[in-house]
Write a protein that binds this ligand. Structure first.
Ligand code: FES
Length: 682
């Protein structure tokens, strides 16, 4: 039996006996304990911090006495003087084993640390990015055995970090010699290891130990907005988040009008490509400023986007996506140099990863939702709806996953709504209508106080009441239905029919007056018949897409519904169901996932294995094409009623009873039934 001291690591529980004098870092490595090190045990990076525990540990069968580790040494003291170590901490590469000991590895010292996501049900991200920092000591050149500096750096990486081979491009080569000499043959390199097994490449080099960090961007490139998260590639923390409008809007509001622009204007696709790339450069500059970092430290970028944006980003003509059979130039994931996309603000050698597309209308954004929400691992049947200008819909469980996209148009985002606006301070985001008095009360973004409560005027003094955002209009339409002001066909009643003067005539239809500040030069905010129609079109497209997937799955109901999308997080699930945006399900099983596509991008940025996983998962997803499926039109027409013409909503009726009424204005010109105009994809 060995008399070597026993070392027990927590939280992993890994244990082993080691000869006296073994550094803790070495013991950790031999046991496969996740303990970080950038400097390779030279006592300069401080990544290897550990906390020794002394005393009786019956659970581990260990008694650790003072003196079980070597004394605090000069290297640790130097670090303590320069930066300070937390009380009780030691450097794992300096402290050596003298007796039995229990060693705790704090989360920040773990290489593959878990990044806890906010939503309780959401998966944690394990840090394992494609690009990492390595500190190396490189042999000095010797006239008698002539080798290049790069070859000696390569050998050092092999010997000290087990990286078998590296490539470095010309632009890096020009930095190599000054860095090596300035660092006195000690340098830190950022090495990108591809998940496809390609030779590792050096992205950046710094003399000595680089302590400025390493960053990546997760970018959700949407047709309307571009959102980015600046992420620390060592900790996984989001350092800054920023977004801007997609400048391609000037070429067409929805995707199909951008495809038309490319078709009708020679060189139009190039123009749109240039616009979006410039915007990404601007966004990179802005987010680096916001995060207070040098943009040169951004070495990785992951994009998720719909197929049209995917092609326009890559500089590919999107015309084929405008007509059946909607062929993508490629549906595979892409690994590129940022330079290939003319992205010049981030590091010159930054690497770009674009998630795979699922099909001609189901893009990398839907793949990212699948990566984030993992429908294929769900035991119960889950419907995931990513609400945006184009809705991405996934339905699945462990048996199979189906996906489609549906052209909802921008109404859910407040566009094409008479008083609609983007979600910004001053926008009405919540509304309730009293079924007895038919009077509204509402809340605007930036205030927690309802409009009928004391202090409301003071709170909104700076923002005012400016319009209705997407979640506000969904609630407004649903509340109108609940309060008996809107019938199931989507017709608003008159003042006489409903008994409230808030129903005001507007041509041959009626509008519901929410707020009138015209007397003081402010806005008059109403829900018009046209607004109701726009919402009906959008929600019918969404529901029809979901129904089509349910047909394919041969089910009439789903167990769970997840509303995703940047704005999906703000939608009231009850109101979404009253409206019939989503199929009937127990309300407690309807949840919001926030920006799932953006989260998927972050996962692929922080964890290289996730890239392998999503490439596999996408191959297993069954695509359902809504545009050529005749049943889609049938479902679309039936879904026009609120909540639905034929589908029952038993779960909804347990929590709210919708009045059974029919208004007949006799003059309502906008037909409510069959043959509705279909919104173009966008
Ligand atoms: S490994 Fe770098 S300080 Fe210990």
């Amino acid at each position: 039996m060995t008399t070597d001291p026993l070392v027990v690591f927590t939280p992993s529980g890994k244990r082993g006996n080691f000869p006296v004098g073994t550094p803790i870092l070495t013991a950790a490595r031999q046991l496969g304990v996740d303990l970080d090190s950038v400097c390779g045990g030279r006592g300069i990076c401080s990544k290897c911090q550990i906390t020794p525990s002394y005393g009786e540990f019956p659970k581990h069968g260990v008694t650790a006495t003072e003196g079980a580790l070597s004394d605090w040494n000069a290297v640790e003291q130097r670090y303590e003087d320069k930066r300070g170590l937390k009380a009780g901490r030691r450097l794992g590469c300096q402290a050596t084993v003298l007796g039995d000991i229990v060693i705790d590895v704090p989360p920040e010292s773990q290489v593959h640390r878990q990044v806890v996501r906010k939503a309780a049900a959401a998966r944690a991200i394990t840090m394992d990015p494609a690009t990492r920092l390595y500190f190396v000591e490189v042999e000095e050149p010797d006239m008698h055995s002539p080798t290049g500096d790069l070859e000696r750096l390569e050998r050092a990486l092999k010997d000290q970090w087990d990286i078998p081979a590296i490539t470095a491009d010309l632009s890096l080569m020009s930095k190599l010699q000054p860095a090596l000499r300035k660092g006195k043959w000690q340098v830190t390199v950022a090495v990108h290891k591809s998940h496809s097994g390609a030779t590792a490449s050096i992205t950046e080099i710094w003399p000595g130990l680089h302590e400025g960090g390493l960053y990546g961007l997760a970018i959700d490139l949407g047709s309307t907005t571009i959102a980015a998260h600046l992420t620390d590639l060592e900790t996984g923390e989001v350092t800054a988040s920023s977004g801007l409008m997609n400048p391609q809007i000037r070429f067409g509001e929805d995707l199909m009008s951008r495809v038309s622009y490319a078709m009708m204007n020679p060189g139009g696709d190039k123009e749109m490509t240039r616009a979006v790339r410039e915007a990404i450069d601007d966004l990179t500059k802005g987010i680096a400023e916001e995060g207070n970092i040098d943009p040169n430290l951004i070495v990785e970028t992951v994009f998720v986007c719909n197929p049209v944006m995917h092609h326009l980003l890559l500089g590919l003509d999107p015309v084929e996506l405008g007509q059946a059979p909607f062929a993508l130039a490629t549906s595979q994931s892409m690994s590129l140099d940022a330079r290939d996309l003319d992205l010049t603000t981030m590091n010159d050698r930054a690497q770009v990863y674009i998630l795979p597309c699922i099909a001609g209308h189901v893009g990398a954004d839907a793949a990212a939702v699948a990566l984030s929400e993992e429908p294929g691992k769900s035991k119960d049947l889950v419907l995931i709806v990513d609400v945006g200008t184009n809705a991405e819909i996934l339905l699945g469980d462990t048996s199979r996953v189906l996906a489609c996209s549906s052209p909802t148009g921008p109404a859910f985002e407040g566009a094409q709504i008479s008083s609609g606006q983007r979600a910004a301070p001053g926008a009405i985001e919540r509304i309730e209508i009293d079924p007895a008095t038919k009077e509204p009360r509402f809340r605007v973004i930036g205030s927690d106080i309802w409009s009928n409560e004391d202090g409301f005027d003071a709170v909104i003094a700076t923002t005012g009441i400016t319009g209705i955002c997407g979640s506000g209009i969904i609630e407004a339409v649903a509340e109108l239905r609940i309060a008996g002001l809107l019938d199931s066909s989507g017709l608003l009643g008159s003042a006489a029919q409903t008994g409230t003067e808030r129903m005001v005539p507007e041509g041959r239809t009626h509008s519901y007056l929410i707020h009138d500040a015209t007397a003081v030069g402010g806005p008059r905010i109403t829900v018009t018949q046209g607004d109701i129609r726009a919402i009906q079109l959008a929600k019918s497209a969404l529901y029809a897409g979901a129904r089509l997937l349910m047909d394919e799955m041969k089910v009439d109901k789903v167990d769970r519904v997840v509303l995703a999308g940047a704005f999906g997080a703000h939608i009231s699930t009850k109101h979404a169901m009253v409206l019939g945006m989503i199929p009937d399900a127990p309300l407690e099983n309807v949840s919001s996932a926030g920006n799932a596509a953006g989260t998927g991008a972050r996962i692929a940025l922080c964890n290289v294995a996730a890239r392998v996983e999503i490439e596999r998962v996408v191959g297993e997803i069954t695509k359902v094409e809504t545009a050529i499926e005749p049943k889609f039109q049938e479902h679309f027409v039936a879904a026009n009623a609120i909540p639905h013409k034929t589908d029952p909503f038993p779960e909804l009726s347990k929590i709210v009873s919708l009045p059974d009424l029919t208004f007949n204005t006799g003059g309502e010109s906008d037909s409510t039934s069959g043959g509705r105009r279909r919104r173009r994809r966008g």
